[in-house]
Write a protein that binds this ligand. Structure first.
Ligand code: NDP
Length: 476
């Protein structure tokens, strides 16, 4: 008997993916560097389907039906390169290696090019949904060649999450496109989490609500347009009480956020592409600020406004405002992320369909949310919007939210409660709205000190003014 697909790397993700394949009736070859993990998987979950365990790489490859489909789920970086090298040497032209780890898309491009020379399809695949998603249905973002998707797509679509019967898996584009989109997905996830955290902070510190009360507010939001996985788990976390102390759980957690790097990659890549992803950047920086214990200790004594808390009626109105600010800022975060995806797609010639991306993010992944339907609709319409913000539905939503959004940003500044995500999103929105930006002055300054030239509003051409001489203008 041969396997339809194989998984090597049986830590939490690989193990659950292998089980997911098996539960869908696929015979799965399984392998792990430390073979105790392979045996443990078969012992514990063998009854769920058909597993073919292998102790060595050679045995593993021999178990796969040709053309071989091999999924690698090991630590990103050097371990992934080592495992690719080990297996590529054993494969034949036409075989496929799927890297489901969180690889940087530039590594994926490099690996894809090297393996293509040998006739092997390398399919860098973004997989979102964590441990549970891997088992019950993740959102899957495969890159690589169209031929590889023809052979792999049906199996991956089988195990993916489904929303309205549509699998949350689609061929994103060639080489690194899948990992690029997964990276931006994670960037949006950072922004979304930061915005939710700011809403929590404002409801607590400005409106004076306790975590259990904030949990109720979030539960309410989760039955409206903000309905999403992240809002749902936030309500759950805030309602949780610490068993040891009886205090709200969130109050006993240290306030230093860590990160594994995909948010940082998103911002680094956005800087290279020249895409303003300010909401994602603020989210990465907010985590980073939280971790700087020393400068935070030094800053604690800095003066601020006297703490005040809104009361009763005002607090309830403020909670409604925060809902609007959160929704509007979230729209901006997605607009920025989609802009980055489109810029990457242009730069690397990937022809990514943003509407399809929104569609496969509707289920399985961490940022799954009701409002992704609206994004898909916006990009499916015959008039593709230049920015998500200019699509009819979102333009109307922002028009309805903007007054409340401004009040929340103003209140946060007045009360001295940081809301960098809300504020950056609003500044981006107002930046796009502005008929004139002070960029004109910046161009003039650049011309003054560096002869960097400028363009005029009234004539074509490029100009320089002799600032230190007669101040005459020359066409250059
Ligand atoms: P880890 O990232 O913790 O990786 C552990 C696995 O890698 C083990 O199977 C380990 O084998 C193997 N490994 C490490 N180094 C080597 C090596 N040099 N040679 C061979 N095998 C090696 O596992 P996860 O399951 O958490 O994640 C797997 C991948 O999926 C990662 O790239 C991760 O970023 C990505 N991912 C993780 C998500 C999550 O929620 N955890 C979500 C989405 C993607 P051994 O048992 O022998 O040590």
């Amino acid at each position: 008997e041969r396997a339809h697909i194989g998984v090597t790397g049986l830590a939490v993700m690989g193990r659950n993916l292998a089980r997911n394949f098996a539960r869908h009736g696929h015979t799965v070859a399984v392998h792990n560097r430390t073979s105790a993990k392979t045996r443990a998987l078969v012992d514990e979950f063998g009854h769920e389907g058909s597993f073919l365990p292998a102790d060595t790489a050679e045995e593993f490859v021999a178990l796969l039906e040709p053309p071989r489909r091999l999924v690698i789920m090991v630590k990103a970086g050097a371990p992934t390169d080592a495992v690719i090298d080990e297996f590529a040497a054993l494969l034949d032209p036409g075989d496929m290696i799927v890297d489901g780890g969180n690889a940087h898309f530039a590594d994926t491009r490099r690996r894809e090019a090297a393996l293509r020379e040998r006739g092997i399809h390398f399919v860098g695949t973004g997989i979102s949904g964590g441990e549970e998603g891997a088992l019950l249905g993740p959102s899957i973002m495969p890159g690589g060649s169209p031929e590889s998707y023809a052979a792999l797509g049906p199996i991956l679509e089988d195990i993916a999450a489904k929303v309205d019967g549509v699998p949350c898996c689609a061929h994103i584009g060639p080489d690194g496109a899948g990992h690029f989109v997964k990276m931006v997905h994670n960037g949006i996830e950072y922004a979304d989490m930061q915005l939710i955290a700011e809403a929590y902070d404002l409801l607590g510190r400005a409106a004076g609500l306790r975590p259990a009360e904030i949990a109720e507010v979030f539960q309410g939001w989760n039955s409206g347009r903000l309905e999403s996985y992240l809002i749902e788990i936030t309500a759950d976390v805030l309602a949780h009480t610490d068993a040891d102390t009886g205090r709200p759980f969130v109050d006993v957690v240290q306030d230093r956020a860590e990160q594994k790097g995909t948010g940082r990659w998103t911002v680094q890549t956005a800087l290279d592409l020249g895409v303003p992803v300010s909401g994602i950047a603020e989210a990465v920086f907010a985590r980073s600020l939280s971790g700087h214990t020393d400068i935070r200790a030094a800053g604690r004594g800095l003066p601020g406004p006297a703490p005040t808390t809104l009361d009763g009626e005002a607090a309830a109105r403020f909670a409604d405002d925060v809902e609007q600010a959160l929704y509007a800022s979230k729209i901006v975060a997605y607009a920025q992320g989609i802009h980055q995806i489109e810029a990457g797609s242009t730069e690397y010639d990937w022809a990514i369909d943003a509407g399809r991306v929104a569609e496969i993010w509707r289920g399985g992944c961490i940022i799954r949310a009701r409002f992704l339907n609206r994004i898909r609709e916006a990009y499916d319409s015959p008039q593709r919007p230049e920015s998500l913000l200019s699509a009819d539905y979102f333009r109307d939503a922002l028009a309805g939210a903007q007054d409340a959004w401004r009040r929340v940003v103003a209140t946060s500044a007045e009360l001295g409660i940081p809301a960098p995500g809300f504020a950056a999103a609003l500044a981006y929105y107002d930046g796009l709205r502005s008929p004139r930006l002070p960029a004109a002055l910046i161009q003039a300054q650049r011309d003054f000190f560096g002869a960097h030239t400028y363009r005029r509003v009234d004539r074509d051409g490029t100009f320089h003014t002799e600032w230190s001489g007669d101040r005459k203008e020359h066409a250059v």
